[in-house]
Design a protein around this ligand. Structure first.
Ligand code: CO
Ligand code: CO
Ligand code: CO
Length: 326
């Protein structure tokens, strides 16, 4: 994808604050001195069988990129691909799930587009608003910062197990609740603490998105795997080799940019490469404000979160995965 994108002409506009150049979560366009629009879209095929639940998850995932940029979602439009052979009731349940998530986010559903396709797909195109000086970017990590991840990893592995009908109800519920949970509270906590560096963890997995943050910010991220929030059931599944193909693509994508300490278990490595659906925010917060942010998250955030590493001066590697803490 990156090779294709770099063949496009280079667009220059002084009001485009964030564009194609930095692999950030969304585009940001200044419309006035105190207002910028955040523009993003995302859609994918069903990750769960229940259409309403799929709608919730796909919408939470699409809205997430607005939160990753420090914004407030304002309008959303449906993107729908649907086969004629399936009942329209299924489509209406998917859309109802999406609409309920948009309401929860305080945004309005303003339209959309649907086409016929062999496999159903659903998502949203979202516009959010942010003050141009308060944009969170994946280029904002600074040496000395502390890294906080606001949702547990493992949803890609769990989705693979769901497709193979290998997951018990308790694990299914945990996976679904995590994926459908909005990153709104984590975003609010980050903004209240004066954070600058942020991205969300989605298809490239924890290490893929962390690499983009490291390279975009010109720093090295030190990651402490034993501190990572992980949905417990995914560890056993990873050991059994239930790993989505995307994890291997993600591994290839960061090849040579990540240094692992030798004693880190293969299953934990796999989970760090696992493509996430609607994952949490990876927040880079100044050391002296990390405690305040953790306190705010304890009040607001209903998913497991933790300090997962720190930011260092740039070394040879984008990421150093070590066993050590401070
Ligand atoms: Co994103
Ligand atoms: Co995205
Ligand atoms: Co961002």
């Amino acid at each position: 994808m990156a090779q294709v994108l770099c063949q496009l002409p280079e667009f220059k506009d002084e009001n485009l604050i964030v564009g194609l150049g930095t692999s950030d979560d969304a585009a940001v366009y200044r419309v006035s001195d105190d207002k910028a629009a955040i523009l993003t879209m995302d859609f994918f095929p069903p990750v769960v069988d229940d259409p309403y639940t799929f709608g919730l998850i796909a919408a939470a995932n699409a809205l997430s990129d607005v939160y990753a940029m420090g914004g407030r979602p304002v309008t959303a439009m449906n993107i729908v691909c649907f086969p004629t052979c399936l009942s329209v009731d299924i489509m209406s349940d998917i859309l109802r799930g999406g609409a309920d998530k948009v309401i929860e986010a305080g945004a309005v559903l303003a339209g959309g587009h649907s086409i016929e396709d062999d496999e159903p797909k659903y998502g949203l195109s979202v516009m959010g608003l942010v003050h141009p000086d308060r944009v969170l970017t994946n280029t904002g990590a600074r040496p000395g910062d502390v890294l906080i991840l606001t949702k547990p990893l493992g949803t890609g592995i769990l989705n693979t197990a769901i497709k193979a009908d290998m997951l018990d109800d308790a694990a299914y519920t945990k996976a679904v609740e995590t994926m459908a949970y909005l990153n709104a509270d984590a975003c609010e906590a980050a903004l209240e603490t004066g954070v600058v560096g942020c991205t969300d963890i989605t298809g490239f997995g924890f290490l893929g998105h962390a690499c983009e943050m490291a390279d975009g910010s010109g720093v090295t991220l030190e990651v402490w795997p034993e501190q990572l929030p992980i949905i417990e059931e995914s560890i056993e599944l990873a050991k059994m080799g239930i790993i989505p193909a995307g994890a291997y693509n993600n591994l290839a994508f960061v090849e040579g940019r990540v240094r692992f300490e030798a004693d880190i278990g293969q299953e934990i490595r796999d989970i760090m490469f696992d493509p996430q659906t609607s994952g949490g925010l990876l927040i880079s917060v100044a050391f002296e404000r990390a405690d305040a942010l953790m306190k705010l998250l304890k009040d607001k955030c209903r998913t497991p979160f933790n300090i997962v590493g720190r930011v260092k001066e740039r070394s040879k590697f984008s990421i150093e995965v070590t066993g050590k803490r401070f």
